[in-house]
Design a protein around this ligand. Structure first.
Ligand SMILES: [Zn+2]
Length: 97
């Protein structure tokens, strides 16, 4: 009689990959559900011109996220100090980057 797999049994690499993919897919599905609920709740808070306001809020948040994900550095044109790409002002002299 064949026994069921036990957690201590060796797992083949292709099975590990399949399990990892399944876990990742489940996590993405959960994240999508959380995001959908959040968007619905935000939309419900808007009264007049809800569609336009929701689109505007979405655009602002997307622009913010894109800005926060910038990598690398920027050299200040005033003092030549290197600043992280996410900075808006030079940390050294306060100049707008
Ligand atoms: Zn500077």
């Amino acid at each position: 009689m064949r026994s069921l797999p036990h957690s201590a049994d060796p797992v083949e690499p292709h099975e590990q990959h399949a399990q990892h993919e399944q876990h990742e897919q489940h996590a993405r599905h959960e994240q999508h559900g959380v995001l959908c609920r959040f968007r619905s709740e935000v939309y419900a808070c808007l009264d007049a011109r809800a569609d336009a306001l929701f689109e505007l809020a979405d655009a602002v948040l997307c622009a913010y996220r894109e800005e926060r994900n910038r990598v690398g550095s920027i050299v200040c044109t005033k003092c030549r100090e290197e600043n992280p790409a996410t900075f808006e002002l030079c940390w050294n002299c306060g100049w707008s980057l």
